[in-house]
Ligand binder design. Sequence first.
Ligand code: FE2
Ligand code: FE2
Length: 439
Amino acid sequence: MSYILVVDDEADIRDIFELILKRSFSLEVVLAESGNQAIEVIRTRGVPKVVISDMNMLDGDGVYLFSTMRESGWNVPFILCSTNAKEVQKRYPEMYGVIEKPDIVGPVALMVDSLLKRSSIKLTFVPIRITFLMRLGSTSYDLHMALSDSNFVKVLNAGDAFVVGDASRFQAKNIDYLYLTAADADLFLQSFEKNLSMLSDSARSTSDLTGLSLDSLESVERMARSLGWTPDVLHAAKHAVDLAVKTVSLESNLFRAYKLRLSSGGGHYARHVGLLAFLSCGFCYKLGWVSESTQMKLGLAALLHDLTVDEEVYEDINMWNQAASDLADKTPAVVKYRNHPYEVANLVLSMKNLPPDVDQIILQHHEMRDGLGFPRGLNPNRISPMASVFIIVEDLINFTADAVDLDQSIQDFLKVKESMYSMGNFRKVFEAMRESAKV
Ligand SMILES: [Fe+2]
Ligand SMILES: [Fe+2]
């Protein structure tokens, strides 16, 4: 059976890792106390899926283990936890990831999650939405185009202007993203906050700002899919949500955001998440819950809510939701999907610097007003007000996802769901939606 190998000389840290990893992943977790012991484990058991190793250990340190594994031809993603992570990363760029101590458990769990879902090849390139690049006007980094999952060519040099013509040229070929190298993505993330505030200051109109807000939310989501939810990605996410919070207070017509997005390409999931974050913040605001922290919680919950779900699921999300609500369906894939709110809430709990309640919104995001949701089939009285906003907004987005005529589809939604959302917190959100649809 494939396994995760954890190497650390401190028993406490090994135990924490074992607990978190076992709770979040279905792989066996094997523990070793030193580099040499880890090598013994690999010789007897075969190569693991991933190695998570401490740096300083007496009987063979992290770098020794890494080098020995490479010399032996054991090509396994290697995550090193160290107090001078950036320094080590420069010296060993081939390491899959390096995590700065002391806050290691959350970032490691997220990195393992992104690793188990994606091939390591994709990780070397990180997608950025073309509309976002175009707003920046020029690029400080080389930009690449994906020919396939593993093949990238450079199409623009650092410092080149990036103009409307370039964007349309790519978009005409249905290309919605260009790619940065992972190293440049780090720098890009560091300047994200500055760029975003510069762009929002120079937005020409509210609808321009709305477009920027959606672009930035989607860009963050794409980066997280490649890099995992590292502290830098999370930091950028907060700024993207912050912009959404500012924008929704100015935007009189929330559904305009939706229309704007329908005409643009891009992945199903990125679009779903961007709209969900934006509209959740928006309806929260319309309800008079103007506290920015409430909106921040909803926005972050939207970005994170389906972290462990495969993107392909979104091609037929309604079918999966239906299958998962039928608790008698024990097909492994359905059971896994049914449990994703638990999985994600657990991962989110291990992340540092997140506001409270985000995990609760995520845990409840598939519960339903009629008590027939999943994973817990919760009594509707127990669904929190914030989760109620999330649930209705997501229902609306899924309902209207393939609409040819969005206005009509929104009206249909309001008609079909009226009795379902006629009580408690749900009713207030639903009313706010009805008001917005009149604008
Ligand atoms: Fe979703
Ligand atoms: Fe979900």
